[in-house]
Design a binder for this molecule. Structure first.
Ligand SMILES: [Ca+2]
Length: 497
């Protein structure tokens, strides 16, 4: 046993120094955990993701530090939670110049060449704090093509090819493939036109089962497949250039699906992400890992693989021992929970207020603490839900028992504490907080969450939470707020169908 563990330690440190892999980081924009065929989804076909998972590792429990684009992406870059990233912890603000990012360290300390195509960190303003380029690195966005949205989109794979053409053979690279898909807006009916059937769509239990919702889900599937097709082209390109076995490929998404009660919510479909990794030379393949991991674990992983020192401000734990181990299932017992959080998403409330919440997710339970339960969780005009046929459908049926039930679930005010049994209720529809028999569990999870937030100096846990409301917003502001719900146009009376 001693010999084996000594060998493991030696093996790992030797690997970090000698075999720095290239890294291709592919990140979709708004894709929930189950929506890849490797997870058993039937209406989304993702052969490239499945290949990465089959020849490498499939993660079943990977979580976003936030259910929105910019805060989640900032946490990936810094290895810190959103409450540790100041302005970058909220959506569409700025990126403080003193926040250290792994991409810069790879470039400056490990001679990596760094670039991206598509969407990097954002939306937000990085130049106002002195960044000369996006905190991810240099943009490769020259080539465009028609996308499923029916407008000119990025030819991500061709941009990657251009990046590789300039790659010196003696240097490793890090390339960020940030697809703009499956972010809205979608081309209405694209899924049906692509030959998908309404029957195949899998409707989560937080949405009504109706052809309009099913068609919206099919359009979302087409966009995920677009992302996957570009990934497939990139894999072929690496193979053709003889780079595939030396490249760590990570495929994931920044936050969950853009549907009511999903994206911009701390529920399962907002924060649970797909993730797969493949690296022929460094990762024993054909494995499924059930450990709870967070995106804040990625920065320390990349730094370790590149042979860089991690800095003390990093909160995440490197995944190197996990990905270089053998076997499937739960491999590291210390990974007992992950945290997530949200602040302001869009400009959805008067005075530019957010909806401050934090969550802790264990293998079985998701506990959420809402710090301002008097506010509307989707905003008082529901703008924290991206405009879409599914939201329109719910609004138009607000006065029917079924419509009222699902609209209430998405936009109605929420209690300060929520707790869900994910094994029984992955759609997070039955709040156990306040139910008999769960008081001890809810208290324990709440205490653990607040203890960890306090340790991490989250202003929401130390009585200084108002700071989040003061961070500037550099994206669209709405002139007419204050709002649809308050005017009585929406009756939040809860009616079970
Ligand atoms: Ca996103």
């Amino acid at each position: 046993m001693i010999l084996i563990s000594l060998f493991t330690v030696f093996d790992r440190s030797a690997l970090a120094k000698s075999a720095r892999p290239n890294i291709l980081f592919a990140i979709a924009d708004d894709q929930s955990f189950p929506h890849a065929s490797a997870y058993g989804s039937g209406f989304v076909k993702t052969p490239a993701f499945d290949r990465v998972a089959r020849e490498g590792l499939l993660f079943t429990q990977a979580f976003c530090p936030a259910p929105g684009c910019s805060p989640s992406r900032a946490s990936i870059l810094t290895g810190r939670n959103i409450w540790q990233n100041r302005e970058a912890g909220t959506h569409a603000s700025n990126f403080p110049s003193d926040l250290k990012v792994f991409t810069r360290a790879l470039e400056e300390e490990a001679e990596y060449r760094v670039g991206y195509t598509g969407k990097a960190w954002g939306p937000g303003n990085h130049t106002i704090t002195g960044w000369s380029e996006n905190p991810v690195g240099k943009a490769y966005n020259r080539h465009n093509m028609e996308s499923p949205k029916g407008i000119s989109g990025r030819d991500y794979a061709r941009n990657f090819e251009e990046f590789l053409q300039e790659q010196p053979s003696e240097k490793p690279f890090f390339f960020w493939f940030g697809a703009h898909e499956p972010h809205r807006a979608y081309e209405d009916g694209a899924g049906l036109r692509a030959g998908k059937s309404l029957e195949s769509a899998e409707v989560p239990a937080f949405l009504p089962d109706h052809p309009t919702i099913r068609s919206d889900l099919l359009d979302y599937a087409v966009e995920i497949e677009w992302f996957d097709q570009h990934l497939e082209r990139m894999l072929s390109l690496l193979e053709k250039k003889g780079l595939l076995e030396d490249t760590l490929i990570v495929v994931t998404a920044d936050n969950g699906m853009p549907f009511p009660r999903a994206k911009a919510n701390l529920y399962e479909f907002g924060i649970h992400a797909p993730m797969a990794m493949r690296w022929e030379k460094g990762i024993p393949g054909g494995r499924i890992v059930d450990d709870l991991v967070s995106f804040i674990d990625l920065a320390p992983t990349f730094l370790e693989l590149a042979g860089c020192e991690r800095w003390p401000e990093i909160t995440g734990s490197s995944l190197c021992s996990l990905i270089q181990a053998r076997g499937s299932g739960r491999l590291e017992p210390q990974r007992r929970w992950v945290l997530s959080g949200r602040e302001r998403h869009t400009h959805a409330r008067p005075d530019n207020l957010g909806y401050p919440s934090r969550a802790i997710r264990t293998h079985q339970f998701l506990y959420i603490r809402n710090f301002a339960p008097e506010r509307w969780p989707a905003g008082d005009e529901f703008h924290d839900i991206d405009a879409c046929p599914s939201l329109t459908f719910l609004r138009e049926r607000a006065d029917t028992p079924q419509g009222s039930f699902f609209l209430e679930a998405s936009v109605g005010k929420r209690p300060a504490e929520e707790c869900f049994d994910i094994l029984k209720d992955p759609a997070c529809m039955r709040n156990l907080a306040g139910e008999p028999g769960y008081a001890t569990l809810v208290d324990q999870l709440g205490d653990l969450l607040m203890l960890e937030l306090t340790k991490q100096e989250d202003p929401r846990a130390t009585g200084k939470g108002e700071i989040f409301e003061s961070y500037p917003r550099y994206s669209s502001m709405r002139p007419h707020l204050g709002g649809f719900a308050e005017r009585g146009a929406y009756n939040p009376a809860f009616q079970h169908p």
